[in-house]
Design a protein around this ligand. Structure first.
Ligand code: EPZ
Length: 422
């Protein structure tokens, strides 16, 4: 397994290109199952999770052709041969469950393995199941698989979500495009990735309104056609790289960034003493003070502070002036980066879903372990300003969601390299 070695103490200056959003692409790719016409995606990120979704769609008999070094994908489910998403692939990536809605909508059946829990939580699928059942699906859990049928196809319905689940909103949104009649999703997730998916589905001929708000209305149609869609900029990669100059010093322009993608996050950076300026090309970030100030953070569904930026924010708060309270309200176990940061000298007290962080002058480099995607990048961010060398092990977590971290950070002055694993 590869490791990444960071030697701290260098200021960062320059431009970092932000890629297309992993969490948009992972919902856009299964949308190909809704139509027999080709779907072309541009600005697709080159990540191992995208490779996993490609393998899953190909296991169903769909065609996925990568062009331009993977930045463009042409997908077609014209020759689909299976509606069974196997455990061997699904266990690697929860987002595999996003084939459930489209398969049910177009083929009236699906057999999808439960993803199983992951490092950050149990991550059940009850909201997906009850929503699709409200649309007439019969879903039985047997031998670790969801066996779903929609005799005569799905029917439009009013679908209240008990929690604004991103994945459940995406599954229901895709399913509703081909259902008979009108579907109203209540308490829908409002993330930009939902709007991006709706934009793509509309380009395919779907009739959707209200995406980006808590109530989405979909008028079912008989079939969807071909489309070309550009994947929206990745707001989590954006927020991650915005924190790099805040932690290490200097000024970095994140190309492709827009304030609208990270409003709650940018407001917290401003409170911490950081200037975020929107330029024609992106977002320029520079701290106003020698050390950022402590701020309190609570993670919430969009437009609140994103849980996917919680670990990265903690890395910054570890060296901020003062004490911060970080509350994680989306996942039940998403502080696994805390003990690793403590190994680097951070002062963090975790009680259940609340972490109290008292900033220290400087962290000390140490060998640390990546546990999940966002935790791994928070350790790299910490290494940028830590005294000495930080070795982040198990970086396969990192490669799931970040293109060439070491190249992007070394291009703006970081002393960082990837060491091939044994
Ligand atoms: C999406 O996961 C993202 N993944 C996650 O990003 C992100 O953290 C999460 O949304 C929240 O924003 C993708 O888009 C591929 P949820 P998802 O359904 O859809 C509970 C990353 O780092 N829940 O909104 O799985 C669930 O357990 C990843 O890129 C149920 O209880 O998130 C969790 O506590 C990590 N029952 C909460 O809701 C359900 O049926 C949020 O889950 C579904 C969810």
């Amino acid at each position: 397994m590869d490791s990444i070695v960071v030697r701290g103490g260098r200021e960062l200056n320059g431009r970092i290109d932000i890629a297309g959003a992993k969490n948009a692409a992972l919902a856009l790719m299964p949308a190909t199952l809704l139509s027999e016409e080709p779907l072309t995606l541009t600005n697709t990120p080159r990540l191992s999770d995208i490779k996993t979704m490609t393998a899953l769609l190909q296991s169903l008999g769909a065609e996925v052709t990568a062009l331009q070094d993977g930045k463009v994908q042409v997908l077609s489910s014209h020759g689909l041969t299976s509606t069974r998403a196997d455990y061997e692939i699904v266990r690697k990536m929860r987002a595999s469950n996003l084939v459930l809605g489209p398969l049910l909508a177009r083929f009236h059946e699906a057999t999808v393995s439960l993803p199983g829990g992951c490092a950050i939580g149990a991550r059940p699928m009850d909201i997906h199941v009850s929503a699709l059942e409200a649309m007439g699906a019969e879903i039985e859990l047997r031998d670790g698989y969801l066996h779903a049928k929609a005799r005569g196809g799905l029917k439009g319905a009013v679908v209240p979500l008990r929690f604004a689940s991103v994945g459940a909103t995406e599954n229901v949104l895709m399913a509703a495009t081909l259902a008979k009649g009108t579907t109203v999703i209540e308490n829908a997730a409002r993330e930009p990735e939902i709007v991006d998916l709706a934009d793509c589905l509309r380009a395919m001929g779907a009739q959707i309104a209200g995406d980006g708000t808590s109530t989405i209305t979909v008028q079912g149609v008989d079939r969807l056609g071909a489309a070309t869609h550009r994947v929206v900029t990745d707001r989590i990669e954006l927020g991650t790289y915005m924190l790099a100059p805040v932690i290490a010093g200097g000024e970095v322009e994140c190309i492709g960034g827009r304030i609208a993608l990270v409003e709650a996050f940018a407001a917290k950076l401003d409170a911490a003493g950081v200037d975020v300026t929107e330029t024609p090309d992106g977002l320029k970030v520079k701290r106003r003070l020698e050390r950022p100030r402590a701020v309190d953070v609570t993670t919430e569904p969009f437009p609140g502070f994103p849980t996917d930026l919680q670990a990265q924010m903690m890395a910054m708060l570890c060296i901020a002036e003062g004490t911060s309270v970080l509350e994680e309200k989306i996942f039940e176990n998403r502080f696994m980066h805390a003990p690793e940061l403590v190994r680097m000298g951070a002062d963090i007290d975790v009680q259940g879903g609340v972490a109290t962080v008292t900033g220290v002058d400087r962290l000390k480099g140490a060998p640390v372990m990546a546990t999940d995607l966002r935790a791994s990048v928070s350790l790299i961010l910490s290494g940028l300003a830590a005294q000495g060398e930080t070795i982040v092990n198990r970086v396969y977590h990192l490669d799931r969601g970040y293109e060439n971290v070491e190249d992007k950070l070394s291009a703006v002055g970081a002393d960082i390299e990837r060491v091939q694993g044994t």
